[in-house]
Design a protein around this ligand. Structure first.
Ligand code: UT7
Length: 334
């Protein structure tokens, strides 16, 4: 069996910065409310009329990750792409990115696990690499939230939370079992599928039905029971981290850097306290980007790498929780 090393990281976010004060001009909200409840100060939203989209941002992040890995596009054997905001109903955006990157006929798969999409994608890539099936896999998370948010007071509970952006990783074969991905743990609980969802357009409720229902039908905007998500998130984040540490006979004291899915700074702070981690041991950039769901961990890893926060031999722990519900963790020896 081989082991899996994260060889390259990269990210891309649109230039357009939207501050909390900008939002308070288009809906009934305030910088104070948003910062107090979420820690978010600003986010990036693709500018109206721009050609940017989910796949194009993913491709830009992917190019940076491939360069950072010291590889070329021809070294990549497979693409795993995670998003909840795909360009099309079908095909998935993974193949669009493959085309944008001018890659040969390698396989590409889309993962639909929302905020946990990157953790799931890393785990799947890890299995393919360990068994020797592939040598270098591109894992990408990209989200274009701003196109689907209800940017009125009616949608403020969600609109202020989410941002656009993409992050990418290159996972590569390694022969050193002491380094790389030590474990991944994945979970889901579909009984809570309706708690955080965009329900339409879907085969159950197709476009003519939405048009016929008129303005009353808001099912094409995201819906969330925020408090329920929050309560489950703090429990599941902690469980997933415990599970990863125990599987490797490690404790929280061994963690050099915890990179959580950037859901809410309050959730991250709760987990930080639960594991008695110092500020230096936790990476947060939700303040600048909001929640970029499947992209958030990859963007955070890319920035942490730029800031020299992941050093050779460091123990890096990733964890995510989100819609589905789905959650999981990844333990890495960098
Ligand atoms: O990535 C994983 C998925 N998402 C999450 O992890 C999110 C988890 N949940 C949360 O982070 C929090 O539940 C939120 C930040 C989304 C909301 O915070 P909350 O403390 O749970 O607020 P709430 O939804 O209970 O709303 C409290 C009040 C309500 O007003 P009333 O009924 O008390 O008068 C809302 O209408 O705040 C109001 N409100 C707002 N006010 C100003 C909701 N959104 C806003 C807003 N600005 N943007």
């Amino acid at each position: 069996m081989y082991s899996t090393k994260i060889k390259g990281v990269g990210h891309f976010v649109p230039d357009n910065v939207v501050t909390n004060d900008d939002l308070s001009k288009i809906m009934d909200t305030s910088d104070e409310w948003i910062q107090e409840r979420t820690g978010i100060q600003e986010r990036r939203w693709i500018e109206d009329g721009s050609d940017e989209n989910t796949a194009s941002m993913g491709a830009k992040a992917a190019r940076k990750a491939i360069e950072n890995a010291g590889l070329t596009k021809d070294d990549i054997d497979f693409i795993i792409f995670a998003t909840l905001s795909p360009d099309y109903f079908f095909p998935g955006s993974g193949v669009l990115i493959q085309d944008m990157l001018d890659m040969p006929t390698i396989g590409a798969v889309d993962i639909r696990n929302q905020c946990s999409g990157l953790v799931y994608s890393i785990s799947i890539a890890d299995q393919f690499i360990k068994t020797g099936m592939y040598k270098n896999i591109l894992v990408i998370g990209s989200e274009y939230h701003s196109g689907a948010l209800d940017k009125t007071t009616r949608g403020r509970g969600l609109a202020v939370l989410f941002g656009d952006g993409a992050g990418a990783l290159v996972l590569s074969r390694s022969e050193d079992p002491s380094k790389g991905i030590l474990s991944t743990h994945l979970h889901s609980q579909g009984e809570h599928a309706e708690v955080l969802t965009v329900k339409t357009p879907s085969i159950r409720h197709w476009v003519p039905a939405i048009i016929a229902a008129g303005e009353e039908d808001t099912s094409y905007h995201p819906f969330m029971d925020g408090q329920k998500v929050f309560k489950h998130a703090i429990v599941r984040f902690s469980e997933a981290i415990d599970e990863g540490l125990e599987a490797n006979k490690l404790t929280a004291e061994d963690i050099d850097l915890f990179i959580p899915h950037q859901a809410n700074l309050r959730i991250t702070q709760f987990v930080q306290r639960r594991f008695k981690l110092s500020d230096d041991q936790v990476f947060s950039n939700i303040q600048k980007y909001g929640n970029t769901t499947a992209a958030s961990i990859a963007i955070a890893m890319s920035e942490a790498n730029e800031q020299g926060k992941m050093k050779d031999g460091d123990l890096v722990v990733l964890a995510a929780f989100g819609s589905g519900f789905t959650w999981g963790s990844v333990v890495i020896r960098w």
